[in-house]
Design a protein. Structure first.
Length: 79
């Protein structure tokens, strides 16, 4: 999200100095670059590595219906 805000800010400043045509060109180039599969893959890897090191973005595992899994075993106990 911060990257998008930064990109928009840079595009705005450069576009304001160069005119609307140049601004549109910068925005098109930024979007094409940001949407490129290689860039998306690298961004995903970077997010995962940052998450591993910081714990940021960690979510508890959940079952398919969205409820948290029980810590109990799935097989019934016999007494």
């Amino acid at each position: 999200m911060k990257g998008i805000v930064f990109g928009v800010a840079v595009g705005y400043v450069l576009g304001a100095r160069a005119g609307r045509g140049r601004y549109d060109q910068i925005v098109r180039t930024y979007r094409a670059l940001a949407d490129h599969p290689a860039v998306q893959g690298a961004a995903g890897i970077a997010r995962a590595k940052i998450g591993e090191r910081t714990g940021f973005g960690h979510r508890p595992r959940s079952s398919t219906n969205g409820q948290h899994r029980s810590p109990e075993p799935s097989t019934p106990r016999t007494n």
